[in-house]
Ligand binder design. Structure first.
Ligand SMILES: Cc1cc2nc3c(=O)[nH]c(=O)nc-3n(C[C@H](O)[C@H](O)[C@H](O)COP(=O)(O)O)c2cc1C
Length: 416
């Protein structure tokens, strides 16, 4: 049977996704000062519930309120916001989509203006963003075990609230990715040194989350195909991580790449990105083919999702019809056109047509783009339409303020 975008997919846990399009995680930055969901966040998911995507993955939710990645992150440490989380889950699942919460810890990518301190596997500061991130403190082994428990607790709370699964964020240079990378993990205890030790943190989180709610709730992992940095995690090592995850038995592996120092996930510009990868619509398809082959050779089963760059129905349809990809992930297109999957599936749209206004200042482009999309997310949360004509520089002063680069740090996200 040839696989089409509308073909359902049953995951190893037995849960069925209605189609092959997923919304990938997009940090909404719409929590209140207590890091709880707001009415804006809930309204945004009411809109996406209707997007047509079979799977909605939330923006990253932090497992420790003392460790925020952006202003306005939701953070979950216990049941205290169960009611609001329940309303969020209800909105996201209202039209029958699977809704998974992405769980994250920023590690060293915790802006100074938002956090009293940053923690990491080793004391190595993020480069290329002077003033934003401080030197992190190396975690003790007891603290590492505490963070593993935090992932399990947050997973239990979101499933109690009505979300249908979780995704563990092991990509983009956040804490788990910092453990995986030899560039940021210089430990010599059981959490570092060898590649096997570096992946222990991720595998123990997966095991702790699985133990919390058994085999019937899907667990996804988002992983870098590579860090696209000299000395960072390579594709070879990433493939070893994939095989270890396949053996552990997760439901869906989402492939991405890069971090704050090399933002390959926003476009195939990172160091070492192959020309063949650049030539394809999605950035990480070559790697997905390689991972798929390694998984098949090992005899394991692990559905793959690839995110980054998909814009046309043809590009997406070819990806799922081929051997490597089960699910295509869409990020920015779901901000510009929140109902794009439904129209793609119905044959009413051939591609994303609304494009953001560019800043065209090389140094600020990556940061400017994230801010710009953040503002659009808030607009949708306020019941408005996205505004593709908005000038990116209008967001800059607020960004500098919220990250603590100028003035007093603010706890709220970017205002629209
Ligand atoms: C505003 C914004 C916020 C994002 N937040 C997250 C996040 O919380 N977690 C994550 O894993 N990826 C995040 N991403 C990355 C997206 O999930 C996705 O990997 C990336 O946008 C590439 O896919 P696209 O080309 O379809 O946009 C974010 C991207 C954007 C633009």
């Amino acid at each position: 049977m040839s696989v089409e975008l509308s073909t359902p997919l049953t995951l190893p846990s037995g849960v069925t996704l209605a189609n092959r399009i997923a919304k990938s995680a997009l940090s909404e930055a719409l929590a209140d000062r207590a890091q709880a969901p707001t009415a804006e966040l809930i309204r945004l998911y009411r809109r996406w519930a209707d997007s047509g995507a079979g799977l909605l993955i939330t923006g990253n939710v932090m497992v420790d309120r003392r460790a925020l990645g952006e202003p306005g992150n939701v953070a979950i440490e216990d049941d205290r916001h169960l009611d609001l989380l329940g309303q969020w889950a209800e909105a996201a699942t209202a039209r029958g989509a699977q809704a998974w919460v992405q769980l994250n810890h920023p590690g060293r990518q915790a802006p100074r203006g938002l956090n009293r301190e940053a923690v990491a596997p080793s004391e190595i500061t993020v480069t290329g963003a002077p003033g934003v991130f401080g030197k992190p403190r190396a975690l003790s082994s007891a603290e590492i075990k505490g963070i593993i428990r935090r992932f399990a607790t947050a997973a239990r709370v979101v499933v109690d609230a009505g979300f249908t699964g979780v995704q563990i964020h092991a990509a983009h240079g956040y804490l788990i990715s910092q453990f995986l990378s030899p560039l940021t993990n210089r430990r010599t205890d059981e959490w570092g040194g060898s590649a096997e030790n570096r992946r222990r943190f991720l595998l123990e989180i997966v095991a702790a989350v699985r133990a919390e709610f058994g085999p019937r709730i899907p667990i996804g992992v988002k992983l870098n195909s590579a860090d696209f940095q000299r000395g960072g995690m390579t594709e070879d090592e990433s493939t070893e991580v994939v095989l270890a995850l396949a053996k552990k038995g997760i439901d869906l592996l989402e492939i991405s790449g890069g971090n704050y120092e090399s933002t390959a996930f926003m476009g195939a510009s990172g160091e070492g990105v192959k020309a063949s990868t650049r030539a394809r619509e999605a950035y990480f398809l070559d790697y997905a083919e390689r991972a798929r082959k390694a998984i098949a050779d090992s005899g394991a089963e692990l559905p793959l999702m690839v995110t980054g760059g998909f814009r046309s129905r043809l590009g997406m349809a070819e990806a799922v019809a081929g051997d490597a990809v089960d699910i295509v992930g869409l990020g920015r297109p779901l901000i510009m056109e929140p109902d794009l999957p439904r129209r793609l599936l119905a044959g009413e749209a051939g591609a994303m047509l609304v494009h953001p206004r560019r800043l065209r200042i090389k140094h600020l482009e990556g940061m400017g783009e994230l801010m710009w999309f953040g503002v659009q997310l808030r607009r949708i949360g306020q019941g408005k339409e996205p505004d593709p004509t908005r000038h990116p520089l209008r967001n800059l002063p607020h960004y500098l303020h919220t990250t603590g680069l100028i003035g007093r740090p603010a706890r709220r996200g970017f205002t629209g």
